[in-house]
Design a binder for this molecule. Structure first.
Ligand code: GDP
Ligand code: ZN
Length: 288
């Protein structure tokens, strides 16, 4: 087990050594977990013990599918969740800003604060600052280029993160480190930018899926079968809601595809565990 940003650890300083070693990692309160991009049967913890996940998405050319996935991952952590719609200055007019904000608020549900900001608009930055100050420790997620580093810098009031274009072909910025740092903010709270997080594969995400798709799951309560997949089962209340216009087809499609991903990950992981188990018992047999 490796320590991640936010972990509380016990340090041991061996006799005669000038460097400490991590002896123990204390149990984590919240943690941000994704599927390991290099090995689909395991997972990675990227940050721990934070109070709030701030999802940054650009207000213009918002990627709804990505936002829905980020909401599932964020809710799964157990922390509070907020969305910051960045670069609002690029919107055509206030009508566009309101329309996107309202759509996102509808999609995110009641428990998620949605803030609109642009780096040059001080009041909008102050609103984000107040949110972080009220929460404690916030982690900042979002695609590279959405303005996370810029936001951290304006919140900190100084240049703490490099801002720049990210080379699309390898995802590396002009700076080569993807170190995660905790930045204390004047006014309280601290924020952790998470650069270099590109893949957002789901891992265990039943809780997150339920929270991010509370609207779908509310209808699902009324389905005839408890394990209804809302595909072609009779008495499906979710599809009935789509028929009657209470739920959008796009929303159901997103839900189904993310739910299928969670199922697939579970199946793959169980299979991998099963294989490892068999190998372990093979080894035991050989020893005997
Ligand atoms: P990161 O990859 O998420 O950390 O994004 P950066 O902070 O590096 O920003 C990417 C680009 O967007 C940079 O060119 C920024 O100058 C620009 N940017 C960031 N915030 C804003 C904003 O509020 N408005 C506008 N118009 N551009 C912004
Ligand atoms: Zn159903």
């Amino acid at each position: 087990m490796r320590a991640v940003i936010g972990d509380s650890v016990e340090i041991e300083l061996p006799e005669g050594h000038d460097k400490g070693v991590i002896g123990q990692i204390y149990e984590r309160g919240t943690s941000f977990v994704r599927r390991d991009p290099a090995d689909r049967t395991t997972h990675q913890v990227l940050a721990a013990n934070f109070d709030l996940v701030v999802i940054a998405e650009p207000l213009v050319q918002l990627n709804r599918k990505r936002l829905e996935r980020e909401l599932v991952l964020a809710h799964e952590t157990g922390a509070d969740v907020a969305i910051v719609l960045t670069k609002a200055d690029l919107a055509q007019d206030p009508t566009e800003v309101r329309a996107v904000r309202d759509e996102v608020a509808g999609l995110a549900g009641r428990d998620v604060r949605v803030l609109v900001m642009s780096a040059s608009d001080a009041p909008s930055v102050e609103a984000v600052r107040a949110l972080v100050a009220d929460s404690g420790t916030a982690i900042l997620i979002g695609k590279s280029g959405v303005g996370k580093s810029t936001l951290v810098n304006v919140l900190a009031g100084e240049q703490v993160q490099d801002v720049g274009e990210v080379r699309e072909h390898d995802g590396k910025g002009r700076h080569t480190t993807v170190d995660r740092v905790m930045v204390d903010l004047p006014g309280g709270g601290c924020v952790v930018d998470m650069p270099g997080v590109r893949g957002l594969g789901l891992w265990d995400a039943d809780v997150g899926l339920g929270a991010a798709f509370a609207d779908v799951e509310a209808f699902a309560q009324e389905c005839r079968f408890r394990d209804c997949k809302h595909v072609d089962e009779p008495g499906c209340a979710v599809r009935a809601a789509v028929q009657s216009g209470e739920l959008s087809q796009l929303r159901l499609d997103s839900y189904r595809s993310l739910a299928a991903e969670v199922e697939q990950v579970r199946a793959r992981r169980d299979e991998a565990r099963h294989l490892r188990g068999e190998k372990a018992s093979d080894r035991k047999k050989r020893k005997r």
